[in-house]
Structure formats: structure tokens, C-alpha cells
Design a protein around this ligand. Structure first.
Ligand code: NDP
Length: 248
């Protein structure tokens, strides 16, 4: 039997990329997976894929910037599967831009999704995990949560915040047996870059060497599964994964 069999796991941002791949892997391991994001059609297809492979999953429409929707999604999880064993705060956006472009709407959206979205998720599950003396919160940050780069000031600020939140929460809940992990990927081939509207940043990405091999979402799903499958007395605090050819 898999170590994750029957574990109740919420994956935010499950409609594409890293979240999608992680949900699929969890489904294969017998977890009860709650696939959350805004694009319900994609989530339905994902849940169907997991069922067809013999797993358990539900699709729940949820905008993580809306506390009421996060609370409802968590309530639906409890009603359907029971108490939450693991919350994977993966939803994120990355509309990179240079500061002088003053893309204030994009800055605000990044703060709302990448920071508030994580906080609402944590708020919805933490008390229960403390009471059960069991639970795992996994926050998907980024190499950008460790290193700042031009065009990434606001995105990096949100991901530095994710690292800080993870570590702060970890210190407070360690005594209750609750685990907290930060996953920090380097460049992964996903839809994340599609949100970039600043042409100067687009050019920077376009200038990657032709033979550059980025990570695939499954590579990060593997890292998440590793942290989850570690025994309860082992808290994998942080995993940073870069493509081999990524220097910074
Ligand atoms: P994708 O764009 O493929 O996936 C992002 C996911 O977030 C989608 O499922 C999207 O779903 C969801 N999302 C966005 N906004 C919201 C919202 N308001 N409410 C709920 N869900 C939302 O990108 P990735 O898979 O690459 O990104 C996943 C995480 O990995 C992000 O936190 C990102 O910052 C991080 N990361 C990615 C890297 C990369 O190179 N790709 C590198 C380092 C970190 P929907 O639109 O349906 O709501």
C-alpha cells in the first residue's frame, strides 16, 4: 500500500502545470485529491483522468484570492473526504515586469494570489491540523523566493514572503506535529510565463540558449511527493530544484 493511500490532499492551482502533475501523481498513489482552481472544465477533466486511473478526486472551483471561496472549498473537502492531511498551496501567477512600467494591477494581483491565497489556505486548515496533531502544509515558492532579478521585483517579493511564512508557521506548529515544507522550483515549462505583458521581460526569456532544458512539472511533483512520503517525524523544510543548466 502506498504511504499516501487515503490521505486527503488539497492541491490549489491544479488546472495546469505543477498542480496538475502533482494531482495526477497523488491520484496514482491512492490519495483523495481535491483539485482546486478557477477553470472548472480543466479540473473536471483532471478528476476524470484520476478516476479512470483508479484514484479518488473531486474538482472544486476556487479563486484563492477569495477567502469565502477558499473556506467553502475546504468545507467541501471535509464533507466529501474528511479532515485534511495535506494542503498544497501551489496556485500562483508571474506577470513579471520592470518597475518603471508601473503595472500596478499586476502587482496587486500577484500579492493577492501569491501571498493572500497562501494565507487564506493556511487559515482554513491550520487549527484542525493543530488539534489533530497531524497535517502537512506545502507552499510552492520559487528560486525567485531566494534570489531577486531585474523584472522580478514584485514576484520575488511575493515568493520571499512565501519562504518567510513557511518558516514562521513551521516554528509555531512544530510542537504540534504539523509539518511545513517550501518547494522552490527553477524554470519549469508551464503556462506561467503566458501572463507576462512587459515586452522587455519577454525578450529576456526568449534569449535562453537553444539547448536549454527546463524542468517539467512532473519533476516538481516528484519533489512534493518526496516531502509528503517522508515519515511523520521527518519534516522536509525546503527543496530547491533547478534545471541543471540554470545558473541563477
Ligand atoms: P501555471 O500557470 O501552469 O499554473 C498556475 C495555476 O495557478 C493554475 O492552475 C491556475 O488556475 C492557478 N491560479 C492562478 N490564479 C489563481 C487564483 N486566483 N485562484 C486559484 N488558482 C489560481 O503555472 P505553474 O504550474 O508553473 O505554477 C505553479 C506554482 O509554481 C506557482 O506558484 C508558481 O509561482 C510556481 N513556480 C513556477 C515556476 C515555473 O517556472 N513554472 C518556477 C518557480 C515557481 P486557474 O487559472 O484555473 O485558476
Amino acid at each position: 500500500m502506498s504511504k499516501l493511500s487515503n490521505k486527503v490532499v488539497i492541491v490549489t492551482g491544479a488546472s495546469s502545470g505543477i498542480g496538475y502533475a502533482t494531482a495526477v501523481e497523488l491520484g496514482k498513489r491512492g490519495a483523495k485529491v481535491v483539485c482546486a482552481a478557477r477553470r472548472l472544465k480543466r479540473l473536471d477533466d483532471l478528476a476524470k483522468e484520476i478516476h479512470q486511473a483508479g484514484g479518488h478526486a473531486i474538482a472544486v472551483e476556487c479563486d484563492v484570492t477569495r477567502k469565502d471561496q477558499v473556506d467553502r472549498m475546504v468545507a467541501t473537502t471535509r464533507e466529501t473526504f474528511g479532515p485534511i492531511d495535506c494542503l498544497i498551496n501551489n496556485a500562483g501567477i508571474m506577470p513579471l515586469s520592470f518597475m518603471d512600467a508601473c503595472k500596478i494591477d499586476e502587482w496587486t494581483r500577484m500579492v493577492n494570489v501569491n501571498i493572500n491565497g497562501v494565507l487564506y489556505g493556511v487559515a482554513a486548515v491550520l487549527q484542525e491540523m493543530i488539534e489533530r496533531k497531524n497535517g502537512h502544509i506545502i507552499n510552492v515558492s520559487s528560486v525567485a523566493g531566494r534570489k531577486v532579478f531585474p523584472g522580478g521585483a514584485v514576484y520575488c517579493a511575493t515568493k520571499f514572503a512565501v519562504h518567510a511564512l513557511s518558516e514562521g508557521i513551521r516554528q509555531e506548529v512544530a510542537k504540534h506535529g504539523v509539518r511545513v515544507t517550501t518547494i522552490a522550483p527553477g524554470l519549469v515549462t508551464t503556462e506561467l510565463q503566458n501572463a507576462i505583458t512587459d515586452e522587455r521581460v519577454k525578450e529576456r526569456f526568449a534569449s535562453l540558449p537553444e539547448d536549454f532544458v527546463p524542468l517539467e512539472s512532473e519533476d516538481i511533483a516528484d519533489a512534493i511527493i518526496y516531502a509528503m512520503e517522508s515519515p511523520n517525524h521527518v519534516n522536509v523544510n525546503e527543496i530547491l530544484v533547478r534545471p541543471t543548466q540554470q545558473e541563477n
